[in-house]
Write a protein that binds this ligand. Structure first.
Ligand SMILES: [Zn+2]
Length: 601
């Protein structure tokens, strides 16, 4: 269904509902308020482990007083944009259209297969999200952060208040590593000049444009939001002092992402920012993994790198804590929240925590668990407690987009396709589309695109599809780790053959998906000389492969009015929370939902 049709249909239905249907609904179903929160990378196996260790008291209480699923099965691919779109709409990627974090450009005929657009924006979403469903039935909705929400569609401007910060990033974060001399340490943030000058033994003064901030190392150690300009556009950032040595002047600063917080209502946006500030960004895992925070515990570090990871994440969490305080004072029937920080913890640390990671070190894992536990407590367990305290009358529904697992090595499917004669490389290390029949694109979701003639410069015709797919399948399933002989892919599924049952496919979706062997993370890099890279000391926390893998299962919990204590809905699917939330609100499921309202009442 195209967006225009959804709009027209919604409009008719909402007119029809203004009079009697709402009145009769509210008389037969108790009026409830619902909070729906998604914890990015809220892995079911990890929450189970932390409950067992006594480190997740809020989740243990929710399980006791409400509903706890055995697990929630994410979608193919088990990636943030695709899975969240299913969480919001109750539809599978084949139908909601957000098939990956990155997607081919539309229209396909005007763009090559490798040109990409974001899969996080509202323009790729073809199914109705729960916030529009609720508004269509007269409910007031607040959405603090949800993928596929921006640009705001404003279908129900008087009932949906929507905020977004993620789709409006002006500049990626940066580390500033240097020495504060007699003239200070100068750097730029976009078009804006910044300088650090030393003060006394333990703190420094940061000047950004006309603003000054005193920074001392420690928690939270980050400035309030600072206004800067990037390419002439005003945005905000926060700067944190990670390390400062007064004797030598040596300084390590983390400048967060430069972002713009936007909202459907300007006054509400200002009030939210006054309470919450802005995000720092999900910046910690990349710096930690790349050594930007210094040597890790696995590499003989002192624990300082882990401290910086935690502090950067807690600074980011301050926005979400403030957003919750703000939202709790506003009128809504449905509040949609998103919490990103466990994805940072997962990518940074789960390569060391997952006992199935090749080369797992249990002694190191115990040290790393204490780091993960602190992030979990502040960003997830305490957050659940805060929601229940600030919105005590609301029913709380907790989900996730996917879990997380540990990997040790990269492998390069495009090198396998090249060696099989399916992918042509140009001399610049990119793809030669004239000689390329299939390629692995984007992130870690295992999606293989045929270079089909429906794309600009495509070469694979419809009657060649079968043979090319067979050749790809053979090449991937034959690929081996040259050192150990381990197969690198354990399955390949076909959107033509398996798509309807698995919820994959659609105009901009891959033609095949492979499932990498656990322990090996697929990289979409071209022109790799090797099929498999060297083992990484700290491994990698990852997600993207088939969602049936235990470590990639997400969580589902619910508690509050309308939820029975001790409800155990078993294994649930990524499409089930949206119709469950609708049932709790006393309204029909979202227009395109194929999920079931879970038996938790
Ligand atoms: Zn992630």
């Amino acid at each position: 269904m195209r967006p225009r049709t959804v709009f027209a249909l919604s409009f008719v239905v909402s007119l029809a509902c203004v009079t009697s249907p709402i009145a009769s609904q509210t008389s037969s179903v108790p009026t409830r308020r619902v909070v729906l929160i998604s914890f990015d990378a809220g892995a079911d196996w990890i929450v189970d482990e932390l409950i067992a260790r006594g480190k997740a008291p809020a989740f243990a209480a929710v399980a006791r007083e409400g509903a706890q699923a055995d697990a929630m099965i994410s979608v193919i691919p088990s990636l943030t944009a695709a899975a969240h779109a299913s969480l919001w709409t109750g539809a599978f990627p084949r139908s909601h259209g957000a098939t990956d974090n990155s997607m081919p450009m539309a229209p396909a005929a005007a763009h090559t297969v490798i040109e990409r657009r974001s899969g996080y924006l509202s323009d790729v979403l073809r199914a109705e999200p729960i916030w529009d469903t609720a508004a269509r039935y007269g409910k007031r909705v607040m959405v603090i952060q949800a993928s596929n929400g921006f640009p705001f569609t404003n279908r129900f401007p008087d009932r949906v208040t929507h905020f977004d910060v993620y789709a409006n990033e002006l500049l990626r974060s940066a580390l500033v590593n240097g020495s504060v001399g007699p003239d200070g340490l100068a750097f730029t943030i976009g078009d804006t000049h910044a300088r650090v000058t030393g003060r006394d033994g333990s703190s420094v003064t940061l000047t950004v444009g006309d603003a000054h901030a005193a920074l001392a190392p420690g928690t939270p150690a980050f400035s309030a939001p600072l206004s800067v300009r990037v390419g002439g556009v005003e945005g905000q950032t926060r700067v944190g002092l990670l390390e400062y040595d007064a004797a030598t002047g040596r300084t390590l600063l983390l400048r967060g992402d430069v972002v713009r917080l936007v909202g459907t209502d300007a006054a509400a946006r200002d009030a939210l920012m006054a309470e919450a500030g802005i995000t720092v960004g999900e910046v910690g895992s990349g710096y930690y993994q790349a050594g930007g925070f210094g040597r890790t515990l696995a590499d003989g570090g002192t624990g300082a790198a882990e401290r910086h990871l935690v502090n950067a994440t807690l600074a980011n969490q301050q926005y979400f804590d403030g957003a919750l305080r703000y939202a709790a004072r506003q009128p809504w029937d449905l509040l949609v929240l998103y919490a990103p920080n466990m994805d940072v913890a997962g990518h940074a640390l789960v390569g060391m925590l997952d006992p199935d990671t090749p080369g797992h070190d249990p002694a190191l894992a115990e040290k790393i668990w204490s780091v993960y536990e602190e992030m979990f407590r502040r960003c997830m367990d305490d957050y659940v407690t805060a929601i229940r305290r600030l919105a005590p009358d609301a029913t709380l529904v907790i989900g996730a987009d996917h879990g997380v697992e540990g990997n040790r090595r990269w492998w390069y499917p495009n090198a396998v396709l090249r060696d099989a004669g399916l992918l042509g490389e140009n001399i610049k290390g990119g793809v030669d589309l004239a000689t390329t029949r299939a390629l692995f694109l984007y992130s870690h979701g295992g999606g293989i695109f045929l270079n089909s003639t429906r794309f600009k410069d495509g070469v694979v015709t419809d009657d060649q599809r079968r043979d090319v797919k067979a050749a790809v399948r053979h090449a991937l399933l034959s690929a081996r780790d040259p050192e150990t002989g381990t197969p690198l892919a354990r399955a390949v599924v076909d959107t033509d053959l398996d798509g309807e049952a698995l919820g994959i496919g659609g105009e901009f979706a891959p033609d095949l998906y492979f499932d990498p062997t656990p322990g090996y993370q697929a990289s979409a890099r071209f022109s790799s000389k090797v099929i498999v890279g060297p083992p990484l000391v700290i491994g990698m926390g990852a997600h993207g492969p088939f969602p049936t893998r235990r470590r990639l299962h997400g969580i589902f919990y619910a508690v509050g009015p309308g939820v029975r204590a001790g409800a155990r809905p078993g294994i649930v699917r990524q499409v089930d929370p949206a119709p469950t939330v609708a049932r709790l609100l006393g309204i029909p499921a979202p227009a395109n939902s194929v999920g079931r309202a879970l038996p938790i009442e």
